[in-house]
Design a binder for this molecule. Structure first.
Ligand code: ATP
Ligand code: MG
Length: 414
């Protein structure tokens, strides 16, 4: 096998892709900051138990998808498959309970050993938002409004639907679990092997199964939303009311589950029909039990993550790439002057691309190729007169410009 290939499920970000990414991450940063979130970055790898304990031993991510290895000290290390666990760990290790509410945002690579397909990679990238230390529905409303604003700013407002559910509090879930288990036991023989193993540990996970047979069975299962106690129902109503007040459209989908014990109340996904089977572009929920589960002080939390690759496939209107000015020396004597001139113009804040070699025709071709806004032709004779020739590549006009005015003239081009 040729080894000079990227590892399956990984991608190079060539300049065009990198620009799309940057557009998404910069839009994200701007909007997250508007909501008072602050940037955080945690390591790309953690001790394995950070993830196995946060995500739960029965999830697909933990049972099948983690990149786990023993390092040279014999520690079990895992490349992060998602952001929340690392942030919860950082919250505990840095004693941030003193500073709640903590409102974070971050983004970066995540790693999951999945079967690669469109919109499903082994190294992918997520945007992530978390609020720690707020148990009130305002936090749910605000993280959802932030998500909505982001998707709208990226031009995806009409392409996605916010699907919302409530998992209720522990009391509601416990009552529901018993009913669900009773239902699943009736169909046990027909369930997939994964679901049979999971149903007694965590029957909610079976609702999330991607197996077609399981999906048919659970289509008739009782719904959690029908088992919410009064305070859970009130919490859910407050979230929906807040979304209504902010004009964030949503539909209730009682089938959204994040089947972990410490997930509670709000669970949601922004979905699209434009990406085939990989239709979830942003997903999250409330995880009031997570920090406690990891050994920290009981702290409510809510957040979401969004796959940058999936967003990048949907974004249509990209801002124009900034255009450089091409500097084209003509004749040996001009080379050295052009090098210096390029340096001066860059010091003045201009984006300058210096043609390194070839005759003028060849360098002008490069200027076209890099979509230069203008070309500055630096000839020996002109230099003696203290001017250069400026060619406006959009207008197709050319004129001499005194060297002393050049930076200002270039800066005025748009
Ligand atoms: P899916 O149902 O598509 O497997 P998930 O439930 O595993 O998604 P989350 O763990 O909730 O996904 O991650 C949040 C978001 O991260 C997803 O909605 C998606 O946009 C993105 N994402 C998850 N896994 C991948 C992947 N392997 N490649 C690309 N993006 C991904
Ligand atoms: Mg997945």
């Amino acid at each position: 096998m040729a080894r000079l290939q990227p590892v399956r499920g990984t991608h190079d970000l060539l300049p065009d892709d990198a620009r799309r990414f940057r557009h998404i991450t910069e839009t994200f940063r701007k909007i997250a900051e508007r909501y008072g979130h602050q940037e955080i970055a945690t390591p790309i790898f953690e001790f394995t138990e950070v993830f196995s304990r946060s995500l739960g031993e029965t999830t697909d991510v933990v049972t099948k998808e983690m990149y786990t290895f023993e390092d040279r000290s014999g520690d079990s290390i895992t490349l992060r498959p998602e952001y929340t666990a690392g942030i919860a760990r950082a919250f505990i290790s840095n004693g941030l309970q003193q500073e709640v509410p903590c409102k974070f945002f971050g983004w970066g690579p995540m790693f999951r050993h999945e079967r690669p397909q469109k919109g499903r990679l082994r190294q992918f990238h997520q945007l992530d938002v978390e609020i720690l230390g707020v148990g009130e529905p305002q936090a749910d409303i605000e993280v959802l409004a932030l998500a909505h604003d982001l998707l709208t700013a990226l031009g995806l407002g009409d392409k996605v639907t916010l699907e919302l559910n409530s998992l209720g509090d522990l009391e509601s879930r416990t009552a529901y679990r018993a009913k669900l288990l009773e239902f699943l036991e009736r169909y046990e023989a027909d369930l997939s092997e994964d679901s049979r193993t999971r149903m007694r540990k965590n029957p909610l996970r079976v609702l999330d199964s991607k197996d077609e047979g399981d999906k048919r069975i659970v289509a008739d299962a009782p719904l959690l939303i029908g088992h919410l106690n009064a305070s859970s129902a009130a919490f859910f109503a407050a979230v929906q009311d807040g979304l209504g007040a902010l004009g964030v459209p949503h539909v209730v989908n009682p089938r959204i589950v994040r089947g972990l014990d410490y997930y509670s109340h709000t669970a949601f996904e922004f979905t699209t029909t434009a990406l085939g089977a990989q239709g979830t572009v942003l997903a999250g929920g409330r995880y009031d039990g997570l920090v406690g589960e990891l050994g920290g002080p009981a702290t409510p939390g809510i957040g979401w993550a969004s796959g940058i690759e999936r967003l990048a496939m949907l974004v249509e209107n990209m801002p124009e790439a900034p255009r450089p000015v091409a500097l084209v020396p003509v004749g040996d004597g001009a080379e050295r002057e052009a090098l210096k001139l390029a340096h001066q113009l860059r010091q003045a804040g201009l984006m300058i691309d210096l043609g390194y070699k070839g005759n003028m025709g060849k360098r002008m071709k490069r200027a076209d190729k890099i979509k230069a806004r203008a070309a500055v032709i630096v000839g020996e004779d002109e230099l003696e007169r203290g001017v250069v020739a400026l060619r406006d590549l959009d207008a197709g006009t050319q004129s001499d410009v005194p060297l002393a005015d050049l930076a200002a003239v270039l800066a005025a081009l748009n």
